[in-house]
Design a binder for this molecule. Structure first.
Ligand code: NAD
Length: 379
């Protein structure tokens, strides 16, 4: 089986799907590895590093012509995917469910599409393949560094001969994987940290990191904890209550990092333009949920910093995991290695849709759309 590592195409995408260490492990297990020229450059892995690990370094044309399983971090251009013929496979954080026409085409062409973002993450067997968690953790760490860099005062309490600087008050909204890493990182920098989430079980996790949990009069409540430890979308009335109460609690915070997501939905708006006006000049807001579908902060723009009239910096964080490319690639490579190990038997791709982990990530296989959610979208 030829496993091909693509040179990522996304703007500002510096990560690579397999590092030389994982390439060496896969070649030792009998697979042929093809790595596109320059694929590791963004993560400081040279073509020579991959050759030394046992891979052949090839141009894009050769990669797409020869790879039986093409692996990527992010989405790949539809044209490239359509070039792969029947019996070939592609795996990555492809977000495939968002493009039903492409799924239909690839199924018809006999391409197996494996979308790691669909992993059933709560199954313990799936945990070594949990790329979303590994990347969210890197992003949560980076969000704090981005905030600290944009903030014009200190995070820690500093007592010096030149006077005493108070610590920054940091609020993290959404205490999932990214939020908890942001809380831990802000604490390490010496800030006084408060966390908040709609899921009641998050309170204990926030407190265990030495942060305060923000108790809103409106919640949290068990009704907001959905399947698999994820949050449910709030009712419109609860959303309004939450936004209003958050607006009342925002003054006094110097830095706000928002991470709230609900699987398959638009990110909830937690901070309106009106709420932003309650923050003091110099405050920094990092919206980690900012993306094409909106974000947690009403005025955030993905990939840009907007300064409000009141002097609050609103940073629409783009792809923050890609901004720590080496650590993010190393973590991703381990998850990709685990996925490949699951999918390959006796040197060949052996997709088994009776396996609940594989059934969760495989979107198309054997000329058909196999994933139930994709099936509904394609119909
Ligand atoms: P996510 O990226 O989907 O969401 C981030 C956070 O936003 C979540 O904690 C969610 O509760 C919160 N959120 C959603 N709506 C909100 C709102 N209106 N206000 C405030 N917060 C809101 O989630 P994630 O970080 O990928 O994972 C969330 C949780 O899923 C984890 O903490 C864990 O409990 C569970 N999970 C479990 C496993 C496992 O069992 N192995 C793996 C991954 C995730």
């Amino acid at each position: 089986l030829n496993v091909g590592v693509v040179n990522e195409v996304g703007a500002d995408e510096l990560r690579v799907a397999l590092n030389p260490e994982m390439v060496a492990r896969l070649t030792q297990s009998g697979l042929e590895l093809l790595v596109e020229t320059g694929a590791g450059d963004g993560a400081r892995y040279s073509d020579g590093d991959y050759r030394a690990a046992g891979a052949a370094v090839v141009a894009r044309d050769e990669l797409t012509a020869r790879a039986d399983l093409l692996v990527s971090v992010g989405r790949l251009p539809p044209d490239l995917l359509r070039e792969l013929g029947g019996g070939r496979a592609v795996a990555g954080l492809l977000n495939a469910l968002s493009d039903p026409p492409l799924i239909r085409d690839l199924a018809a062409a006999g391409v197996t599409v494996i979308s790691l973002d669909c992993l059933p993450r709560t199954l313990s067997r799936a945990q070594p393949m949990d790329a979303l968690s590994s990347q969210a953790s890197v992003a949560g760490y980076k969000a704090v560094l981005v905030a600290a860099n944009a903030y014009d005062r200190y995070f820690p309490l500093l007592m010096t001969a030149a006077g005493t600087a108070p610590p920054a008050e940091v609020l993290v909204l959404g205490a999932g994987i990214a939020g908890l890493q942001a809380i831990a990182t802000a604490r390490r920098l010496g800030a006084v940290v408060t966390g908040y989430d709609v899921r009641p079980q998050a309170a204990e996790e926030v407190r265990s990191l030495g942060a305060r949990f923000l108790e809103l009069d409106t919640g949290p409540s068990d009704a907001e904890a959905g399947d698999g430890g994820y949050a449910r979308e709030l009712t419109p009335e609860r959303q309004r209550e939450q936004r209003d109460e958050l607006a009342r609690r925002l003054p006094g915070f110097d830095v706000v990092i928002t991470t709230a997501q609900v699987p398959g939905r638009r990110p909830p708006v937690l901070i309106t333009a009106e709420s932003l006006a309650k923050l003091a000049p110099g405050a920094v807001v990092v919206d980690m949920a900012a993306g094409p579908l909106g974000g947690n902060v009403e005025s955030s723009v993905p990939g840009e910093t907007v300064v409000t009239e009141a002097g609050v910096k609103v940073i629409g964080a783009g792809n923050l995991a890609a901004a720590v490319p080496r650590a993010a690639s190393d973590a991703y490579a381990r998850t990709m290695h685990a996925l490949i190990t699951l999918l390959v038997r006796d040197g060949a791709l052996a997709v088994d849709l009776d396996d609940d982990v594989q059934a969760g990530v495989v979107i198309t296989h054997g000329g058909a759309v196999t994933h139930p959610a994709a099936h509904d979208a394609v119909e």
